[in-house]
Design a protein around this ligand. Structure first.
Ligand code: FNR
Length: 225
């Protein structure tokens, strides 16, 4: 919770303005999706921790194959842009397809990256996955990090992958109490960092990346305090 003094020349944010707004969605269109279950679990827990959660469906962000000649940005990408822009942070629970992210998610990211201002830039993101496999879809999340970090999103270092997910849910949580606790800690750590970055701008100094370009290039992503 914000307890600081306002920056010179600014007024203190109201209690409502200080609340962290989080977009949560699963990147699966499947009706009985394991990732949708995990996204719902994340949404419920984030709400309990005090965040204002916008739980979305991938169906709202679905896009036709990227085609720069199609005459404009499709409705799904405009909607993803609108919902990201209205949020301080996002949580994606993504299936792993063939050791990578689903094509529909990459396609939606590509379309949305054409909107200006580009909405992933400087937004905090947490990546989750669920799979029946023993690795829980982890490989897909490493692939997903790449375009999101390229676009300037602040992807939380710790990711959560739910292995054997078809057997992992029980009631409105995870059957394994230790796993449930790890999930809650991971989510909480992410929300605390995103909340600090929102309400304590000096925290932004922590996000310094060196991508190898000479300073001053358009791709330079070192943040100013
Ligand atoms: C998969 N699945 C899968 N799982 C995995 O752990 N690693 C993988 O590389 C793949 N590859 C893969 C490719 C394709 C085309 C499909 C359809 C599926 C299995 C996948 O994790 C499983 O179907 C999940 O249940 C999908 O997530 P949702 O839709 O349940 O959220």
């Amino acid at each position: 919770m914000w307890q600081g003094v306002p920056m010179p020349g600014t007024k203190a944010p109201s209690a409502a303005e200080r609340v962290l707004r989080v977009l949560v969605f699963s990147a699966s269109l499947q009706t009985d999706s394991l990732n949708t279950k995990l996204a719902q679990l994340a949404a419920r827990h984030a709400s309990r921790l005090g965040a204002a959660v916008d739980l979305a469906s991938m169906r709202e962000f679905d896009t036709p194959s990227f085609d720069p000649d199609s005459g404009g940005i499709p409705a799904g990408a405009l909607e993803l842009n609108r919902r990201l822009t209205a949020s301080d942070a996002f949580v994606i629970s993504s299936p792993e397809y063939n050791a990578s992210m689903p094509g529909l998610l990459k396609n939606a990211i590509d379309w949305t990256s054409r909107v200006r201002p580009q909405p992933f830039h400087e937004r905090h993101g947490l990546l989750l996955s669920a799979s029946p496999s023993m690795a829980g879809g982890r490989g897909g999340l490493w692939a997903l990090r790449i375009p999101l970090e390229h676009l300037g999103a602040r992807i939380f270092p710790d990711m959560f992958s739910l292995a054997m997910a078809h057997k992992a849910f029980s009631g409105d949580g995870l059957a394994d109490a230790g796993l449930q606790q790890r999930f809650e800690l991971n989510l909480r750590a992410f929300l605390e960092l995103a909340e600090a970055a929102k309400n304590y701008p000096c925290m932004k100094k922590a996000w310094v990346e060196f991508l190898g370009e000479p300073p001053g290039m358009p791709a330079d992503r070192v943040e100013e305090a």
